[in-house]
Ligand binder design. Structure first.
Ligand code: ATP
Length: 421
C-alpha cells in the first residue's frame, strides 16, 4: 500500500491537445478517491497517467516516496480494473485470478498461489465458481473476478476505470456496496473514475471534480454537496441538480423569479455591491407549507406558484415549476448546462417534496424554503460567495474521523480473523 502524489501533472497529446492542465492531488495511504467530471474532462487520461499507460508531459507523479514518471506500468505495482474486465475467456475463474501470479515463473509456489487465490475468492464470494469460465458468469461475478485478480497481486493501489458502467442498475447498486466494503476491509489505496453521481457520492472518502483538465475541488462528498467552491461543482454534484436562479439586488431584498428574499447579514456580505447574482437552491431545501411544522414556517420565506408537472416516486414527490430567467445570467447558465451534459431544457425549478405532499400538477401550491440554505454565486467568475471555510473544514474533519474509525474497525476484524482459534 502507498500514497499517490500528483504534482502539477500535465498531459498534452501528440496532436497538441492539453487534456490535463496542472493537477495537484495528494491521495493518502489507504484512501479511496473518486475522479469525477463530465465527459471529456480528462478523468481517464489522469488515471492512465497514474497507472503508466499514458506518458506524463510535465509534473511529477510519486507512489509512496518514489518518483515514477518514467517507470513502466508493470514496475509501478498498481492493479487496474477496467470497464470490460479484460478476463481470459479460455481460463477458469481460478486461473483468471491466479494469472498475475504466474506471470513471473517461479516467483510463487503452487501452494502460495492456491492460498492467495482462495483468500481472494473467499473475500469476493467466488468459491463456488472457481472452476467456471467467464462466459458462464453474470456481469457482477465477472466484475468480482477482475477484482480478484487485482487483490492477489497485493498491489500498492487499485485503479478503477468506470468498472460498473456495463452493469444494469440493480447490479450496479450491489457492486457499489461490495466495492465499498471490500476497500474498507483491505484498506488499499484506491482511485476510481466515474461519471456517475451516485458512485461518486457513495464510494469515496474524497471526490476530485475535474473540469476541462483542471481540478475544481477535492473534498468529502458532504463537503462538495454542502460547501461547493463554485457554480460548476454545485451544478455537477447532487441529483436532481441544484436550481440556479437569477437574483436581482434591490435595496435590502434579493428578488428571485418566484419570491423576494429579505437579505440578512450573511446574504448582504455575500452579495457585496453586485446588482445581480446567481442563487443556488437544492431541490430538497423546499417544503410544502401544508406538510411543514408550524415553527419552521416562521424561519423561512413562503411563496405561491403554479406547479407545472409532478412526479411521485413513492419516497419523494418532484414538482416542476417553470420560471423566466434573466438576460444577464442566461448565457452563463446555458454554458454551464452544456458543460454538465445537460439537455438545454427550459428554465424550471425542480423541487423535492415529502411524498405525503398534496401538491398536484396544474394547481397552485404554497412552498417554503429557508434563505440560510441559499448559495450565492458571482455571475462572472462562478465563485460561491456564501461558502463557509469554517463549515467546510469541520465537514472534512468529520469525514476523516469517520474514515479512521472505519479503518480501525477493519484492522481489528482482520486481527480477529487471523488469530488462532
Ligand atoms: P469520458 O467520461 O467520456 O470517458 P474522460 O473524462 O475520461 O471522458 P478522457 O478520455 O480522459 O476524458 O479525454 C480527455 C480529453 O482528451 C478529451 O477531450 C479527449 O478528446 C482528449 N483525448 C483523449 N485521448 C486523446 C488522444 N489520444 N489524442 C488527443 N486527444 C485525446
Amino acid at each position: 500500500m502507498a500514497s499517490i502524489t500528483l504534482n502539477q501533472l500535465v498531459k498534452t497529446y501528440p496532436d497538441g491537445f492539453t487534456a490535463i492542465k496542472g493537477v495537484d492531488l495528494d491521495i493518502a495511504d489507504g484512501e479511496f478517491v473518486i475522479l469525477v467530471g463530465p465527459s471529456g474532462c480528462g478523468k481517464s487520461t489522469l488515471l492512465r497517467m497514474i497507472v503508466g499507460l499514458e506518458d506524463i508531459t510535465d509534473g511529477e507523479l510519486r507512489i509512496g516516496d518514489e518518483v515514477v514518471n518514467d517507470k513502466a506500468p508493470r514496475d509501478r505495482d498498481l492493479a487496474m480494473v477496467f470497464q470490460n474486465y479484460a478476463l481470459y475467456p479460455h481460463l477458469t475463474v481460478y486461473e483468471n485470478i491466479a494469472f498475475p501470479l504466474r506471470l513471473n515463473k517461479g516467483q510463487f509456489s503452487d501452494e502460495e498461489i492456491e492460498q492467495k487465490v482462495r483468500r481472494a475468492s473467499a473475500l469476493l464470494e467466488l468459491d463456488e465458481h472457481l472452476e467456471r469460465k467467464p462466459a458462464n458468469l453474470s456481469g457482477g461475478q465477472r466484475q468480482r473476478v477482475a477484482m480478484g485478480r487485482a487483490i492477489v497481486r497485493e498491489a500498492k493501489a487499485f485503479l478503477f476505470d468506470e468498472p460498473l458502467s456495463n452493469l444494469d442498475a440493480k447490479l450496479r447498486g450491489q457492486m457499489r456496496t461490495e466495492i465499498a466494503r471490500l476497500q474498507r476491509n483491505l484498506a488499499t489505496t484506491t482511485v476510481y473514475v466515474t461519471h456517475d453521481q451516485t458512485e461518486a457520492m457513495t464510494l469515496g472518502d474524497r471526490v476530485a471534480v475535474l473540469r476541462r483538465g483542471e481540478l475544481q475541488q477535492v473534498a468529502s462528498p458532504r463537503g462538495l454537496y454542502d460547501q461547493p467552491l463554485n457554480l460548476f461543482v454545485a451544478g455537477f454534484i447532487g441529483s436532481p441538480p441544484m436550481n440556479f436562479l437569477p437574483g436581482i439586488v434591490e435595496g435590502d431584498v434579493l428578488r428571485l423569479p418566484v419570491v423576494d428574499v429579505p437579505m440578512d447579514d450573511r446574504l448582504r456580505t455575500a452579495v457585496g455591491d453586485r446588482e445581480i447574482v446567481i442563487v443556488g437552491i437544492r431541490p430538497d431545501a423546499f417544503e410544502d407549507v401544508d406538510t411543514l411544522e408550524g415553527d419552521r414556517v416562521r424561519s423561512g420565506v413562503t411563496f405561491e406558484v403554479d406547479v407545472d408537472v409532478t412526479e411521485w416516486l413513492g419516497e419523494v414527490l418532484y414538482a416542476y415549476i417553470p420560471f423566466e430567467t434573466h438576460e444577464a445570467v442566461k448565457d452563463q447558465l446555458e454554458e454551464l448546462d452544456r458543460e454538465l451534459d445537460g439537455e438545454g431544457m427550459r428554465s424550471q425549478l425542480i423541487i423535492a417534496l415529502d411524498a405525503a405532499s398534496a401538491v398536484r400538477p396544474g394547481e397552485p401550491a404554497e412552498l417554503w424554503f429557508d434563505p440560510a440554505s441559499m448559495h450565492v454565486f458571482d455571475p462572472e467568475s462562478g465563485d460561491n460567495l456564501t461558502r463557509s471555510e469554517e463549515r467546510a473544514s469541520t465537514l472534512e474533519d468529520e469525514a476523516r474521523d469517520a474514515r479512521q474509525r472505519a479503518l480501525e474497525r477493519a484492522r481489528r476484524r482482520a486481527e480477529r480473523e487471523s488469530a488462532p482459534a
